[in-house]
Design a protein. Structure first.
Length: 191
């Protein structure tokens, strides 16, 4: 029985056979070492269990935070959609009021009707522009852009470059830099 930690059990240090007292002392020392190691391991286990419980708690809290953030984001998106439509509708109310006021007048000349319609159209365009709805009305000679224009017909036009706009049949509109409706246009042909 050789134990480098315990010189009493090392055969090189013992002279002859160990006495029963020496064996008992060696066994007691080994048991004390084992108990000390066991206590150290138990302390490490307790520390690891505490750390595990702490990490599990942090994980659960992080999960709850993520769920709460997701719920808040969904609520914010829902409110933004609701109030965006509300704001747009509110900006159109003066246009409705103008149209109703114009229709309520009994004796109206054609010039007054035209002036009222033009004023109402300005109100409507202003309300649309406030909500980033911008018209697409390319002037003749503008290069055809398939992302913003839709060609309805191709016509031969001497003296004009091919694939340029000859005329606009219906204005298009963008909303926040996205095409809401392309402009319907006539385009010059190549020959």
């Amino acid at each position: 029985m050789s134990d480098p930690k315990n010189p009493e059990l090392n055969p090189q240090t013992l002279q002859g056979d160990p006495s029963p007292e020496e064996l008992e002392a060696a066994q007691f020392a080994n048991e004390a070492d084992a108990q000390g190691e066991l206590a150290t391991l138990q302390a490490e286990l307790a520390a690891l269990q505490a750390k595990n419980a702490e990490l599990a708690d942090q994980y659960l809290r992080a999960q709850a935070d993520v769920q709460n953030a997701r719920r808040r984001a969904d609520d914010d998106i829902s409110k933004a959609r609701k109030f965006a439509v509300e704001s747009f509708a509110e900006s159109l109310l003066p246009v409705t009021d103008s149209l109703e006021a114009g229709l309520a007048i009994q004796d109206v000349t054609p010039e007054q009707i035209r002036e009222g319609a033009e004023a109402t159209l300005r109100q409507l365009k202003s309300a649309l522009e406030r909500h980033k709805v911008i018209e697409i009305a390319p002037p003749p000679g503008t290069k055809f852009d398939p992302h913003q224009h839709q060609a309805i017909s191709v016509v031969p036009t001497p003296g004009q470059e091919p694939n340029t706009i000859v005329g606009v049949l219906q204005k298009g509109y963008t909303i926040a830099d996205r095409v809401l409706r392309p402009a319907l246009v006539t385009v010059s042909s190549a020959g």
